[in-house]
Ligand binder design. Structure first.
Ligand code: NCD
Length: 314
């Protein structure tokens, strides 16, 4: 039962290892933090005296600002440690960085890195709690949690929903975290995209695979559109963006096949006219900006839960 549940993890590295009760605990905590962002003075003393280091080795605008705002609203001391990816030789530099950070005794570290497993490596070496803010094409747990909060708010539940995830399934970390979360919470997940961007083993994660947008979104309660991750593709995997839009772009006309009360999601950054038509992105079914607001509440919840574990062992 969530009322008797106690969070005990030092780190949030992925959704794959979480139990459904842990997912519910983060969503419930986030719901209670949403109220803070609605106040005139958007600050609570919850993490006063705690140091959080934001370690971003990959480009990020919304995730990084979302974590920073969450830290400010909780009165934590946030420090930004930006490193340009090009100056790095993965493993070696990361170990050095970890040791440098250790010497500064931070309480929590938020890390985004192009190398899958980088947050796990830091978590093993450091006493600080580590939050994965995206590791290569592996996981992006706070994104899946904020998506789940948005769906739960709009639909009242996560179980028994049909969720269609469309786009670059192979290279997108958001899809992997979402598949783990949604299947654990009882949603039916359909993934669709071009064959060249569909990993062979994806069906093993308990999802239905489709290569046709119209088939995938038929009777969907939720449609999640993804960006093509050009930066992770070694060669062009589709003929042109125009061709991609014709086959997999979400337009108002195609949306007719989904349920009347379908919601449209996108983790951002969005490519209008490539994966989604502008009028759909800005339309009444779109919850894309709600996802952004919920991101702050989810990051507040995760920082709060992990800091509690740190304080208990300190
Ligand atoms: C996502 C990411 O970085 O994985 N964006 C984000 O967190 N705001 C998705 C993407 O880059 O397409």
């Amino acid at each position: 039962m969530s009322t008797e549940f106690h969070w005990s993890r030092k780190d949030l590295l992925g959704i794959a290892e979480l139990e459904p009760e842990e997912i519910t605990a983060v969503l419930d905590a986030a719901e209670s933090f949403q109220e803070v962002s609605a106040r005139a003075i958007k600050k609570v003393p919850t993490l006063r005296g705690q140091t959080v280091v934001n370690l971003f080795f990959e480009a990020s605008t919304r995730t990084r600002s979302s974590f920073e705002i969450a830290q400010k609203r909780l009165s934590a001391d946030g420090l930004n440690f930006s490193v340009s990816g090009s100056s790095l030789t993965k493993g070696e530099s990361l170990v050095d960085t970890a040791l440098t950070l250790q010497a500064m005794a931070p309480d929590l570290i938020v890390i985004r890195h192009a190398y899958p497993g980088a947050p796990q490596m830091l978590a093993r070496r450091l006493a600080a709690g580590v939050i994965n803010a995206g590791d290569g094409a592996h996981e992006h747990p706070t994104q899946a949690l904020l998506d789940a909060l948005t769906i739960r708010e709009r639909k009242g539940r996560l179980d028994g929903l049909k969720v269609a995830i469309i786009g670059d399934i192979e290279h997108c970390r958001v899809v992997r975290s979402n598949i783990h979360l949604l299947t654990k919470m009882g949603s039916e997940v359909v993934v669709a995209g071009p064959r060249t961007m569909m990993p062979a083993a994806i069906a093993k994660l308990g999802v239905t695979v489709s290569y046709d947008l119209d088939e995938a979104i038929a009777d969907a309660d939720v449609i999640m559109m993804l960006r093509i991750q050009l930066e992770r593709q070694s060669k062009m995997l589709f003929p042109s963006t125009r061709e991609y839009f014709r086959l997999f772009g979400l337009t108002r006309a195609r949306l007719q096949a989904a349920k009347d009360d379908v919601i449209i999601m996108h983790p951002g950054p969005m490519n209008r006219g490539v994966e989604i038509a502008s009028d759909v992105a800005d339309g009444s079914d779109s919850v894309i900006l709600e996802q952004v607001s919920n991101g702050v509440a989810i990051r507040m919840a995760v920082l709060y839960l992990l800091a509690g574990v740190r304080q208990a062992v300190a």
